[in-house]
Design a protein around this ligand. Sequence first.
Ligand code: AHR
Length: 524
Amino acid sequence: MRSLLVGFTLAIVAITAPIMAAQKVELSLDASKPGAKIARNIFGQFTEHLGHGIYEGIWVGTDSKIPNTRGIRNDVVGALKAIRVPNVRWPGGCFADEYHWRKGIGPQRSVTLNPNWGGVTEANTFGTHEFMDFIDQIGAEAYISVNVGSGTPQEAAEWLEYMTAAAPTTLVKARAANGHPAPYKVALLGIGNESWDCGGNMTPDYYVSQMKIYSRFVRNFNPAQQDKQQMLKIAVGPGGDGPRWTDWTETVMKAYQQHTWSWDINGLSMHNYTVGHWPPSYASVGFGETEYSQILKSTLEMEGLISKHSAIMDKYDPDKKVALFVDEWGGWYAPLEGSNPGFLVQQNSLRDAILAALNLNTFARHSDRVRGANIAQMINVLQAMIITNKEKMVLTPTYYVFKMYVPFQDATFIPVTFDAGRYSHGDVALPRVDAIAAKDTNGKLWLEITNLDPNEPVEIEAALAAIPAKSASGETLTAPKVDSVNTFDAANTVTPKPISAKVQGGKLTLKLEPKSVTVVSVEQ
Ligand code: AHR
């Protein structure tokens, strides 16, 4: 059953659009037909050795005046803990296929180059131990991308032995000597990154031959991950829509269907940025409704892309054993003036908050197949949660969306049907609203509704069939303008505010501000 009815016809708009009056949208929730679990891993993050994502964003070093724990900034850790980051993908990105882990362990670190991102030097002071310490501090799991492009299966296998083995091998003794006798947990393993491009420009067949070798030999030895909590192996998947990408998905999934005992994968990655057009040239701040509506139109293409690649996966894996991991997504705009273009520095506005909500809702609607996603990137790069400058830190509108969505982590999807209506600007027509619902692990009902229309409020009336609701309360995120941002000097321009909702006669009613993201919970 389709959970979303996007029936926005011109006729409906003509009949129901009194100037400036709040539009009415009726939703209907059906708790008797629960869907799949919304995997907490769809709220994953990505951090790459790129610009100030890691150095300055996470790592300031033990000698820094910025308050830190073993070199990792405390303010960033505190903020990330509050959004319950399930996993962090590291060290890249394109960087991963040039990363050699031995340069980032022990007392003597090699200074190398980062040719992908600004051609700067890489101090390697943030390596395996520092990453593991960081994710431990924020309470997340490790998603390690191994080097398939310029590394070897042996190098990757030895990295995993170094991280996860418990038996007293030479590598395990080296890990202990470097300060960590106990094995680390690696929850997720990425076998390469964009191997069709920056990861080595491989053909699908060539990649599959490499992927099988890595899958076979790059083992997780952690005794605690042998039966339960087994490491999931994620193969490189598509990066777009055309035949090049459908061929890629076909080739990997066909290989999976024919796989033998000697190798396996548990996930297929997909990368899809909201760019508008390449190279990224949309401004991240200082734009108007035209750019707002165009970028949202572009981000809604995620739905078609997931449907297309899921359908191919269904052919080879009807039981949906292989998860789709959208492990790079988000808005990618023109670099901020004066910044190093290789550092991918951009602002983060209310538009990004709405973009994030729309994508998270799309992932949730596909939760039977999409069981992982990683927004790019966590700090100071692309669509970040956090922006820092020396000792200053500011939380972005996207950060607040992730915070508002915490209750959806591992919640059970509840179908919502609605006529989304239509918001138009110029030649762009978009659904006026989007919504998802879910029951959390304690049985509490949560509803998210996004009002894409930047000009008009929306009256929501949600029929809560078979849900004995008593009251509802929630938060809404909006701001004066579509390009409103939080800055170091004005950090609270885009922050969630309480919203009142009424429950009566099995119906929940509330009024949504224009251009807003709202999450409400229902007391039963
Ligand atoms: O996130 C920036 C880059 O985008 C990543 O390194 C790469 O995988 C993708 O092309």
